[in-house]
Design a protein around this ligand. Sequence first.
Ligand code: ADP
Ligand code: MG
Length: 337
Amino acid sequence: MAEKKEKKEKEDEEEVEEKGEKGEYELKDLPGVGSTIAKKLEEAGFTDLMALAVMPPAELSQAIDVSEGVARKIIVAARKFLKLDFDTGLAYEKRRKEIIKITTGSKNLDNLIGGGVETKAILEAFGAFGCGKTQLGLQLAINAQLPIEEGGANGKVIFIDTEGTFRPERVKQLAIAKGLDPEKVLNNILVARAFNSDHQILLLDKIRDLLNQGEPIRLIIVDSLTSHFRAEYVGRGTLADRQQKLNKYLHTLMRYAEQYNLAVYVTNQVMADPAMMFGDPTRAIGGHIVGHASTYRLYLRRGKQNSRIAKLIDSPNLPDNETVFFITSYGISDKED
Ligand code: ADP
Ligand code: MG
């Protein structure tokens, strides 16, 4: 009898996960969401739970005109419902064994994120203009090519450039600093300029083709993940739409990451406008667009004397901590130039 019950529970769980993955669950399935709130959510354009699960509470509170506390409860319920929080121990262990960690070039930064930028996960770096998001991306594009023993992943890199800030000269400079052949290094980075959000989304198919063809891609960089979306979707009415598109985009990337054992690095600019902040900037705009358990979020800011401060936020398995690193002529480092 107990066995039967257990089996049923397991099946239910699997169904929830499957439906959750496909985004088939509806708002009214969410525990604690009454018809009034469900209606508000629908009116604001929220059609699936995944979009809710990854909403920042402050934005949701504004969008459907409820208190931030209520918004938070809805988000937490959505996350729980979609099982975004936990893996089984066994599945987790198996996953972990295959993971490769790519060094950032700074031991401090590596340690902060658990030893390096992990495959099968998305690392999101967010912060103000000039805080080093692109520099970190360029550095990772080189480091990912290093042999595994040297902190690399022995692979090629895809760089989706939405802001026109990819700099071959800088890549060469960083490659030479590592004693690598700059031409070879550049050759292993497949760069695509994304001209708008639709184009950015379309490029996902191109990436899939490359992966299917067996290109040994170990890192996908999207710099920036959000700039086109932010520019194109302005105003409250379009917020849910934007969030859903971004969310789907990230989910596709996450699938590639899991399936092909590759790392994903995305950047996200936080605007410096204080009016846009809801208290702690690390919890504000750009929000919790990445809601998956295997995801790391780094908040970067300028520190004293050309240093950079990185803060790890909302990690499922690491403490929220801070560390210092430098951007030097030879790359990301623990020491100044
Ligand atoms: P973000 O992408 O977050 O807007 P970037 O990654 O472009 O910021 O960082 C730009 C900063 O990186 C510059 O302000 C400078 O401090 C540093 N930087 C860029 N190139 C070099 C270099 N060749 N040598 C030293 N520092 C550099
Ligand atoms: Mg940049």
